[in-house]
Design a binder for this molecule. Structure first.
Ligand code: TRP
Length: 376
């Protein structure tokens, strides 16, 4: 697979996300719409409150969300679709879109189809066996459940284990995508295995799965990080020919890792907080994170820190300080040199520990209920 390298080394493809990410550029490059405050208010109205991820523009871009919301407002059933490539443990970066999906699910009373692409991960990763990928499907499903998705309206499925429920729709989609389109959109080359060139049909298929199963056209919205967008462009091109509406998307940003630059990535375990990390160990990772602080306490007091480039500050922003006043206070104290990085990290470490203790309880509880969330 080739990767399209933009300015400042920014790479955003379904397989590689690296460099300084310029979200404005991505809106332009991918031809999407910025989420307007009017649209955010409309979503919030149905939910009863505005999710912090909406308020803070963590979800920042979309296609056709206005149409999807309108369908709901006119009394039609609407559906949600998201997924995960199960190649390892889940980290905090993965949770952001899942929390947001659970919020949307409750607000719009929607069924959620959650695809576990164990086939994709097996095909992409040289060192991952198929059995390992499938094991991660059911392990990672616990994290999805712990995010608060709705029992009875959530259908988690594995591409391999549930192939009988998806193959027919998959080949209908595959018939409409040419190899030249797949090459142009995903950058496949002749040395890629042929499993990979087929896989996009399966990821696209889920956009129509609820419609196909219920025998009527159900508008589908996909909350996901923006790197998955190429799939939806291909899907939108074939949707109407298949007799379905184009799926809508709402795009999220990436949670940074604990090192300087880049998103949180499982391939650098020291710089990611996994949901199964021992809370004390996670706290230690926070304590050794990169910050926007000065080299010494003396300089920090004189010059202040820079929250704009600070990972610790971004964790407060994305997940751990949803009170705008308190967030502003952290920012001011940092900039004016009143807050030292050590104290700021220690406070975050405590919050991360509490979060993990609580999340791990929910994850444990999910083990007894897993069956209820799997596709039937
Ligand atoms: N390809 C995604 C990954 O590697 C998994 C996935 C499948 C997905 N369908 C999705 C992600 C829909 C978001 C939305 O993680």
């Amino acid at each position: 697979m080739s990767t399209n390298n933009g300015k400042k080394g920014m790479v955003v493809t379904p397989w590689v996300v690296s460099g300084d990410i310029d979200y404005e550029k991505l809106i332009e490059r991918f031809g999407t719409q910025r989420l307007t405050s009017e649209l955010k208010d409309r979503i919030a109205k149905h939910a009863g409150y505005m999710d912090p991820q909406l308020r803070r523009d963590v979800f920042f871009s979309h296609r056709d969300v206005d149409w999807w919301v309108k369908q709901y407002e006119e009394g039609n059933t609407v559906g949600l679709y998201t997924g995960r490539g199960p190649s390892g443990s889940v980290h905090l970066g993965h949770l952001l879109p899942w929390f947001f999906t659970a919020y949307l699910q409750k607000a719009f009373d929607a069924d959620l189809y959650f695809q576990m692409t164990d086939d994709e991960k097996f095909l992409v990763k040289d060192d991952l066996s198929l059995d390992q990928a499938i094991n991660y499907t059911y392990d990672n499903a616990l994290d999805v459940i712990a995010c608060g998705v709705v029992k009875g309206k959530t259908h988690i499925f594995s591409d391999t284990e549930d192939i009988d429920k998806i193959y027919k729709l998959g080949i209908k989609v595959a018939k409409r995508i040419t190899l030249s389109t797949a090459k142009a959109v995903f950058g496949f080359t002749d040395s890629d295995n042929i499993g990979l060139t087929w896989y996009p049909a399966l990821q696209a298929m889920t956009c129509f799965l609820q419609s196909e199963r219920e025998g009527k056209n159900i508008p589908c919205l996909i909350p996901a990080a923006i790197d998955q967008d190429p799939y939806w462009r291909v899907t939108r091109d074939i949707a109407e020919k298949m007799g379905y509406s184009k799926p809508a998307q709402i795009h999220g940003k990436f949670l940074p890792g604990l090192a300087q630059g880049g998103k949180m990535s499982a391939s650098q375990p020291e710089t990611a907080i996994f949901t199964v990390d021992e809370p004390e160990k996670a706290a230690n990772k926070i304590m050794s994170a990169y910050t926007g602080g000065q080299e010494s306490i003396k300089l920090q007091k004189e010059l202040g820190g820079n929250p704009t480039i600070c990972n610790i500050f971004s964790y407060y922003f994305y997940l751990f300080e949803y009170d705008d006043k308190k967030l502003a206070e952290i920012e001011t104290k940092c900039r004016t040199g009143a807050l030292m990085c050590g104290d700021c990290k220690a406070h975050l470490a405590k919050l991360v520990k509490l979060f993990l203790i609580d999340f791990q309880k929910k994850r444990e509880a999910a083990k007894n209920q897993l069956e209820d969330y799997l596709i039937k």
